[in-house]
Design a protein around this ligand. Structure first.
Ligand code: PBG
Length: 337
């Protein structure tokens, strides 16, 4: 006589060893990329209030932070520069100054950990403009797409000269990948890869980042970043970036856009990454600080979920913490199986 129920899914969940053996998705330190903020004019590491556990780094404090990241075995770092306020202007000039903070940080990072980590640079003007937009403005105050592409071309070349190993345009200007590819190729940097922030949505979850980069933005980015409800358009944006020569495509934010991520992962023939952004990080940090969730478990679950949805690699502010737990370097009672 057959028993009831005939199908028992619980059999494979009975022990930690069984669960580990049948796990469909695993995180590896090399899947993780740490975003890093380097700020001009500070001499020491300075905590970012809106992102508990994340700091601004000086060119000096950057070095031990990168050494720790390399030791943890993560895949790479994504550098952001925060210039002095008085260096911001309409064109974002310090973005293309070889001595500008992002380019100086890139040289320092490549010298420190360039063999162990992939040193990546955000290519966007918002940290460098006094109006806080990702591009330059036209006469009517609108973000001028094609004038911005000229700035992006220069920025790509300066970043490549500084040693950036993976250049990541995040401004959502039309044609930005093609423009950057052309600029890199015509300056002898055909070897440098482009990570396209391909489907980037206008998100409320960027809030803590805007504080982190001391953004001067008033208003929003909705004329260039995508509308929150658009799934099909995410695939379209990715398709365009692939045609323009993107080597890797990214969906951003991650957690509210897992359907877009899954769509892209199902169709892309290049690596697909996702960016778990500042608000996604800070809201969990805040809930954990209130004792409402277990941070180690929740951070792991959230990043694993992004990988399960289709991300080959994930940018996350927990990259080093997760990697250290994955390799048993810290908090053994919480170590990830
Ligand atoms: C643009 C850029 C942003 C982020 C990464 N690159 C901000 C924006 O589009 O407003 C957000 C990252 C985060 O929120 O963690 N340079």
């Amino acid at each position: 006589m057959s028993s009831f129920p005939a199908v028992r899914g619980r059999r494979l969940r009975a022990t930690p060893a069984l669960r580990r053996l049948v796990a469909e998705t695993r995180l590896h330190p090399a899947d993780l990329v740490l975003p890093v903020f380097v700020r001009e004019g500070i001499s020491d590491e300075a905590p970012i209030a809106s992102m508990p556990g994340v700091s601004h780094h000086s060119l000096e404090s950057l070095k031990p932070a990168l050494a720790r990241a390399a030791e943890a075995g993560i895949g790479g770092v994504m550098l952001f520069g925060v210039p002095l306020d008085e260096k911001k202007d309409g064109a974002g000039t310090s973005a293309t100054d070889p001595e500008g903070i992002l380019n100086a940080a890139t040289r320092a990072a490549v010298a420190e950990v360039g063999d162990a980590l992939v040193v990546q640079t955000d290519l966007c003007l918002d940290e460098f403009t006094d109006h806080g937009h990702c591009g330059v403005l036209g006469a009517g105050g609108e973000v001028d797409n094609d004038a911005t592409l000229e700035r992006y071309r220069d920025m790509a070349v300066v970043q490549a000269e500084a040693g950036s190993q993976l250049i990541a345009p995040s401004g959502m200007m039309d044609g930005q990948v093609a423009a950057i590819r052309d600029a890199l190729d015509s300056h002898g940097f055909a070897d440098r890869a482009i990570l396209a922030y391909a489907a980037k949505y206008a998100s409320a979850f960027y809030g803590p980042f805007r504080e982190a980069v001391q953004s001067s933005l008033s208003g929003d980015r909705r004329t260039y970043q995508m509308d929150n409800g658009n799934r099909r358009e995410g695939l379209r944006e990715v398709g365009l970036d692939l045609e323009e020569g993107a080597d890797i495509v990214m969906v951003k934010p991650a957690m509210s856009y897992l359907d877009v991520l899954a769509d892209v992962a199902a169709t892309s023939d290049v690596p697909v990454w996702a960016y778990q952004i500042s608000g996604e990080y800070s809201m969990m940090q805040a809930a954990a600080a209130n004792g409402w969730i277990d941070l180690d478990a929740a951070s792991y679950e959230s990043v694993l979920g992004i990988k399960r949805a289709g991300a080959d690699a994930i940018l996350t502010y927990w990259a080093v913490d997760l990697a250290e737990r994955l390799t048993g370097r810290s908090a053994p009672e919480r170590s990830i199986r």
